[in-house]
Every structure is written in structure tokens, then in C-alpha cells.
Design a protein. Structure first.
Length: 303
């Protein structure tokens, strides 16, 4: 894929870009989507300058409407309940880790423009046998109409990157892929030992597929470690949670360009046993940014 891109550069004129924009991918299931309440946000997370977001429409497997979206200035409302038809974005009263992530990244990269591409769907798994009615991220899963969550993610990516002037300033952008943030695993921890036991290979494959889609080998990846509220009759919400946690730790320790955020184990939960409270999402986004920045320092200093 890289060789093909190099060949195209040889036969077409070189385009002189007027500005660079760092692009970060935010993807996963419900705790990436976000169940924090906008009313709980501090003032410094309510408005942003030079930060943009494209959130792809979240639909079930088999639905042809996935990945539609429209670039917009980041502000609260990209959590659960967000909707878009590709022409108009309808913000919700919820937020996810994107707000504190963007704020911290602006602090770590002062003066730079930041763009987020987000696609997340509640309940989704990587393993097709754990998808239930939520959706599957396995790129090889055909399901209904041959469309799965990875297809919707790719459509999101394609639609987002087809825009050459994200900030609408009349200048062509140079997109700098700068990292992937992944918050998912609860869906794969909900069923059998066999399903959870496959999570490491599924996660490794999916992250490398996302890297390939961005044409950037070894692009830094930060994952959020799943946690368990214990708020059900059994005292354990995810029956195979420890196996998925082990797989996440293994991925972070064996991939030189990956890291893991473990602070999720300290978070309180909101009105249900599955989703963090507002303070949790604020802390999660900040930690995602700090870990990704640490990886980027060494990644961008490579010869």
C-alpha cells in the first residue's frame, strides 16, 4: 500500500499544503461513545478553538447508513444520543472522553490544530459470536448485507478524510495521522471463555487494520482497560472480564507502539452498571491524551 502511494507521488505533481492538522481516531463501544452529562462539565470543557470533530453515524450491522457525518467545531454533545444525517449534526446532552482528550492535546501541542474522527456503538464486540444485536468489529464478518462495524468505521474514515479543508479557512489541509484511541471489550467479556480467549488476537488484528487504513505502520494506539462496577446480583457484570483485561494488558506490553490506561478501575458509575459517571469520562480522556502523547514523542523521532 505504501509503495503504491509512493508511485502516485512520482507521477502526479506535488501538492503544497498550507497547514497541518493532527488527526486522532476515537473508536469502540459505549464507554467511548460516552454517557457523561453536559451539565456536569466545567467551563474549560465547554468551548474549543482549533479543534474539530467528525462523528460517523452509528448504525447496526447490515445498515447502509453507517459512517455519515459532517465536520464541526468540537463542543459538548458527541456522547450517546448524538445523531447525524451527513448534512446536519444533532448534539445530545451527553459527552464522552473526546472533550478532555482534546483539551489535553491542545496543551501538549500548543498552537497546532486538532481533528478527531469518532465512531463508536454501544454493546459492540470484535468477536462475531458476541455481537448479539449490537454489532461486530471483525472485518471478515459478513452478517446481513455484508456490512459490519468495521465497514461503518471505514466509511466514517473515508467521509471524514474526503474533506480537504476541515476548518473551512480556504486553505488545503495536510492530514497528520497521530494516533488511535480504543475503548472496548465489555461486549467480548459478556459470554464464554472461548470468546474472551480470542480477544488478544482479535484486538491485535483490528488495531493493525486501522493502522493500515491510515497508511501509517506502527501508528501509536492507546486502549482503555475495561472495568467492572459489580453492580448486579452476581456482583460481577462481565463474566469473562479478567480474560479480556489480560488480553488488553498483553497487547499493550507486546506492541512497542501501544499503551493502556488503567485508571478505569477507580471510576464511579452513573445510573447503570455499565457506564462511567461524568468525572470518569473527563479523567479518561485526559489520560488517553497523556499516554498517546508519550508514544508520539518517540514515534515522531524515529529516523
Amino acid at each position: 500500500m505504501r509503495n503504491k502511494a509512493f508511485f502516485l507521488l512520482l507521477i502526479f505533481p506535488v501538492v503544497l499544503y498550507s497547514q497541518k492538522i493532527r488527526v486522532f481516531i476515537l473508536a469502540g463501544q459505549s464507554n467511548m461513545n460516552g454517557f457523561g452529562y453536559n451539565k456536569d462539565l466545567p467551563e474549560d470543557l465547554k468551548t474549543f478553538k482549533d479543534v474539530y470533530i467528525f462523528q460517523g453515524s452509528s448504525v447496526p450491522d447490515g445498515d447502509s447508513g453507517g459512517g455519515r457525518g459532517k465536520w464541526d467545531v468540537l463542543r459538548p454533545g458527541n456522547g450517546t444520543g448524538f445523531k447525524t444525517d451527513g448534512k446536519t449534526n444533532t448534539l445530545s446532552d451527553r459527552f464522552g472522553p473526546e472533550l478532555s482528550f482534546a483539551k489535553k492535546m491542545k496543551e501538549l501541542f500548543p498552537g497546532e490544530k486538532i481533528a478527531l474522527i469518532k465512531y463508536a456503538r454501544e454493546g459492540t464486540s470484535i468477536d462475531s459470536l458476541a455481537a448479539a444485536g449490537f454489532g461486530c468489529w471483525d472485518a471478515d464478518f459478513e452478517g446481513k448485507n455484508g456490512l459490519n462495524q468495521y465497514d461503518h468505521f471505514i466509511k466514517t474514515l473515508k467521509n471524514a478524510l474526503s474533506e480537504t479543508d476541515i476548518d473551512k479557512d480556504g486553505k488545503k489541509d495536510e492530514i497528520i495521522p497521530s494516533g488511535i484511541v480504543w475503548m472496548q471489550g465489555e461486549g467480548d467479556a459478556s459470554y464464554t471463555e472461548e470468546i474472551a480467549g480470542r480477544y488478544y488476537m482479535h484486538l491485535k488484528t483490528l488495531m493493525n487494520q486501522m493502522r493500515a487504513a491510515l497508511l501509517t505502520d506502527d501508528l501509536p494506539v492507546v486502549i482503555g482497560k475495561i472495568s467492572d462496577s459489580g453492580k448486579n446480583e452476581a456482583g460481577k457484570v462481565w463474566p469473562m472480564g479478567e480474560l479480556v483485561q489480560y488480553a488488553q494488558e498483553k497487547f499493550a506490553s507486546t506492541d512497542r507502539h501501544a499503551a493502556i490506561v488503567r485508571t478505569t478501575k477507580k471510576y464511579n458509575y452513573g445510573n447503570d452498571p455499565w457506564h462511567y459517571d461524568s468525572a470518569g469520562y473527563i479523567d479518561l480522556g485526559k489520560n488517553f491524551a497523556e499516554e498517546l502523547h508519550r508514544l508520539l514523542i518517540s514515534f515522531e523521532q524515529r529516523p
